[in-house]
Design a protein. Structure first.
Length: 185
């Protein structure tokens, strides 16, 4: 009986170590990133949008959408702007009031990840559920490369937004001018 209990205890420790060490690998991989460029597909209410983004830590992002309105999303580190290049629509938000704060604030993200356990989904990716300032986000990391591969949030209209990222490039040279907020017309 004691041998069975010791064996079960050993298996449980091995199982938790395996997932724990994967979390450490995700965190260590993420710590090495100063910037990341990628293409994306974003699903909102059965509509798909595509484009490309650059994230520069801390807290900067530039995204260009390949849609009719040629939408841009830009954060300079404190504010987030969503603007349609083909029109005058312009939305400005404090970054900390958006779910993107959790992805763009590397220090906050690493702190949150270190306190959580990853859940393996479909033997393909790890998911972390994060919350901060009333914002919630699920963040996905690849099981093999430990790279960030997407996230899931709700937009301001409570629509489910799922973003998949691919063609990832890390720590490339970036033009800082990209993170200037677009001018209001």
């Amino acid at each position: 009986m004691k041998k069975k209990i010791i064996f079960i205890f050993f298996l449980l420790n091995l199982f938790s170590y395996s997932y724990g060490s994967n979390k450490v690998k995700i965190i260590n991989n993420f710590k090495k990133i100063d910037n990341i460029s990628f293409d994306f597909k974003q699903n909102i209410n059965d509509k798909t949008e595509e484009g490309n983004c650059i994230i520069k830590y801390p807290k900067k992002i530039y995204c260009s959408y390949n849609n009719l309105k040629k939408k841009q999303l830009v954060s300079n580190g404190s504010s987030l702007v969503i603007k349609n290049r083909k029109g005058k629509e312009y939305f400005l938000y404090p970054l900390e009031q958006t779910p993107l704060e959790l992805i763009l604030n590397k220090k906050l993200l690493l702190n949150k990840l270190s306190k959580m356990e990853a859940k393996l989904i479909d033997e393909k990716y790890y998911i972390f559920y994060l919350e901060n300032n009333g914002n919630q986000i699920n963040i996905f990391f690849d099981k093999n490369s430990y790279d960030l591969i997407g996230w899931q949030t709700e937009d301001i209209y409570q629509n489910l937004v799922i973003t998949y990222i691919f063609n990832i490039k890390k720590n490339t040279e970036i033009n800082e001018k990209l993170f200037r907020l677009p001018k209001q017309h």
